[in-house]
Design a protein around this ligand. Structure first.
Ligand code: ADP
Ligand code: MG
Length: 695
């Protein structure tokens, strides 16, 4: 077996390959484009395309594709063969600069949120040279952005790249004030930790709810769930380990730095974490990782579930978005420094993030809003729907001492004068890590823990980058005019702490008392997706995105429409699936079982035997059947009524308050009788058999 270091990145047209395959002039101008976003000359593009094609063919590739991320949430690709006809009726392998730089997929079947009605139907894809091309299944995949002909973003990558430009621009202004003349670009970095479930494929195929919706709509808990806490970090089963080994190998070939793997809290739940990278690369890699996880699982007769809440009663899955800001000179701007100046700079970036999270709580909540994630946030297993920040006791004391000008009763902070005093050393995370906070400072980065496991990380990072860019802009506007930098800086940091400390909460986020306290502090509690989404279009948020050129107002409205429509479609599919299961399976099964019981009663009675068990059971089943029947009629009515609601805004609320809540009640009744019905008569595989399907 080859060593990992030999095959790592072997399917990626990365820096090393570029250096060896391109002339030094071409390499240099490509590098300039990658680092500073300089436009690429067509002759350079032609040379790059030529080298890329030769490299790809040498690795067995026959096709190429512009790989992009439409708003469906998954990736899209349309393969074109490299072949072109030559003059003698044969074919040659060809790939030109213009094919590398731009593609024209038919955009008409991707969601556009009305953008296509007002603008042209066709769209185009444009190469993102900052994310490396790679080979997947003999296809050279070129990461691209996807836009309409009039330039509206139709994907998740374009606004992410724009948000990275926004924060780059403002962070550079701030860094200049601190005399960092050597820094020419600033990028955000992300390491997304991905949670998922693995179950046996045969077990999966016995569950229409998993097949149609990705989650179970019914199912009583088995006698053993996660209460013994014996799965977390437990020994990995050989079949799962074989999957992980295969997965790592595929990911490593694609240059994805899969680093950590372990069992998670729930039975059958696992986690994969890569080493962090630049945000757009992290986003591309995470999309790719999710796709490959599902593919490799199939090879092992397993199914990888990425849904946020596949099983009621055990933990759901999230994606921890570890986020920081770095300079091209290799400095992590969220790392406290060693000198007073470095510390002052750190504190300014820190309070910028605090202010951003406070002022744009709604957007962070919106960025993680989905039908699936609604079952997780606030369910005492993931952070609540209230957005708050954890900074740790040491940092909180430091902020307090800046705010009050008084030394705090502790070794950590004397009365701190910014720009003069050195910050006390902060312990690096780990010890008092708060797992209940949606947004935790972990020593040199923030961990946004509310992101759903199946979501693209783009949206969360678009919001985060743009909100922080806005605060840095406001800070730069003030400080660039300053005559006494140190004093003004100190006052600005102090003022920001005073005005935004309400967002800091170091306690237990799962506690009900916190939700009440948060309300008192005026923090938002947007419990569900339909309640969160309208904030997309709040005046202050439109201003934010348009002023930083991340979204136009039209694009924002389109995103909002798509998110609402998506939510409604998901709930509708779930309701139809639930009805199907009730009508075709549960109700008939209960009738059959009652029949069996009543036959038994008659037979036993003839023998003058006791029939109290059968009688009691048949009564419970009869009562339950009646309720199920009523609820299923109610659900059918809900769907009928919902079809006349034209606006997604009303429809999503209607579906949440009616269809979803009826489905919950239906589930309670069905799950309630599952334990007393014979397994032989129960129509679906049980939770126990699903959760413990991988031996
Ligand atoms: P855990 O949260 O499980 O304790 P770690 O703290 O080791 O794990 O890291 C979690 C993730 O954070 C990893 O993907 C890691 O690469 C990433 N990470 C570390 N430093 C940074 C950074 N500066 N920017 C973004 N992500 C980072
Ligand atoms: Mg983590």
């Amino acid at each position: 077996m080859e060593q990992v270091s030999e095959y790592f990145g072997s399917l990626v047209f990365d820096d090393k390959v570029m250096k060896s395959k391109l002339s030094s002039d071409v390499y240099k101008s490509l590098k300039k484009t990658i680092q500073d976003g300089k436009e690429l000359d067509i002759s350079v593009a032609n040379s790059v395309a030529q080298a890329m094609k030769e490299w790809a063919i040498s690795k067995g590739a026959t096709h190429f594709t512009h790989w992009f991320q439409p708003m469906t949430g998954i990736t899209a690709e349309k393969h074109d063969a490299f072949i072109s006809p030559d003059n003698e009726g044969r074919v040659i392998m060809e790939f030109k600069g213009k094919e590398l730089v731009k593609g024209e997929p038919d955009a008409s079947s991707f969601p556009s949120g009305g953008l296509r009605a007002t603008f042209e139907a066709r769209g185009y894809t444009a190469w993102d040279p900052t994310s490396y091309a790679f080979i997947k299944d003999k296809v050279l995949c070129i990461p691209t952005a996807f836009c309409s002909y009039s330039g509206e973003a139709l994907d998740k990558k374009t606004p992410l790249l724009r948000s990275m430009q926004a924060i780059n621009k403002q962070a550079l202004r701030v860094l200049k004030l601190f005399g960092n003349e050597d820094v020419t670009s600033v990028k955000t970095t992300v390491g997304p930790e991905q949670e998922y479930f693995l179950i046996d494929k045969d077990a999966y195929l016995k569950r229409p709810d998993l097949i149609y919706t990705g989650r179970t709509l019914f199912g009583a808990m088995p006698p053993k769930g996660q209460e013994l806490e014996d799965h977390y970090f437990g020994v990995i089963k050989p079949r799962v380990q074989a999957f992980m080994n295969d997965l790592n190998e595929e990911l490593w070939k694609l240059g994805i730095t899969a680093k950590t793997e372990h069992n998670e809290v729930a039975p059958a739940q696992h986690e994969l974490a890569p080493i962090f990278s630049t945000t757009n690369i992290a986003a591309d890699n995470n999309q790719l990782a999710m796709e490959i996880m599902q593919k490799i699982a199939k090879k092992h007769d397993l199914v990888c579930l990425l849904h946020e809440k596949p099983f009621k009663g055990v933990n759901g899955s999230g994606k921890h978005n570890n986020w920081s800001i770095s300079t091209n000179t290799g400095i992590n701007l969220l790392e406290p420094g060693d000198t007073p100046a470095e510390n002052a700079q750190f504190l300014l970036f820190l309070v910028a993030v605090i202010k951003a999270v406070d002022e744009y709580q709604d957007l962070l909540r919106v960025s993680v809003a989905s039908a699936g994630n609604d079952f997780r946030l606030g369910a005492n297993e993931a952070p609540p729907a209230v957005i708050s920040m954890f900074v740790g006791s040491e940092l909180e004391e430091i902020l307090e001492s800046i705010e009050t000008g008084k030394s705090v009763q502790s070794k950590h902070a004397n009365s701190l004068k910014i720009g003069v005093d050195v910050l006390p050393k902060l312990p690096k995370d780990t010890t008092d890590r708060n797992r209940t906070s949606p947004f935790a400072f972990t020593g040199n980065k923030f961990e946004f823990r509310a992101v759903g496991s199946s979501d693209s990380i783009s949206c969360a990072n678009i919001m985060l980058n743009t909100a922080v860019a806005e605060e840095l802009k406001k800070f730069a506007d003030i400080l660039e005019k300053s005559k006494d930098f140190e004093t003004d800086l100190h006052n600005l940091i102090k003022k920001t702490i005073i005005e935004h400390k309400r967002i800091i909460f170091n306690g237990n986020g799962y506690d009900d008392a916190w939700i009440k306290e948060a309300e008192k502090r005026g923090l938002l509690n947007l419990k569900s997706t339909p309640e969160a989404l309208p904030h997309y279009l709040d005046k202050k948020n439109i201003e934010l995105f348009t002023s930083h050129n991340v979204y136009t107002e039209t694009e924002l409205k389109a995103r909002y429409e798509i998110a609402q429509e998506h939510y409604c479609k998901i709930v509708n599919i779930e309701a139809l699936t639930a009805l199907d299961m009730v009508n075709k399976y549960y109700l008939p099964a209960l009738s059959k079982y009652s029949n069996f019981l009543s036959d038994t009663i008659n037979n036993k009675k003839a023998l003058q035997l006791d029939v109290s068990y059968e009688i009691d059971t048949i009564k419970i089943i009869a009562d339950a059947t009646k309720e199920i029947y009523q609820l299923k009629k109610k659900l059918e009515n809900n769907l009928k009524e919902s079809s006349s609601i034209k606006e997604f805004e009303q429809l999503s609320i209607y579906l949440k308050d009616n269809a979803l809540s009826v489905m919950e009640k239906l589930r309670d009744i069905i799950d309630g009788i599952e334990p007393i019905v014979s397994k032989e008569y129960w129509p679906f595989i049980s939770y126990g058999d699903l959760l413990y399907s991988v031996k």
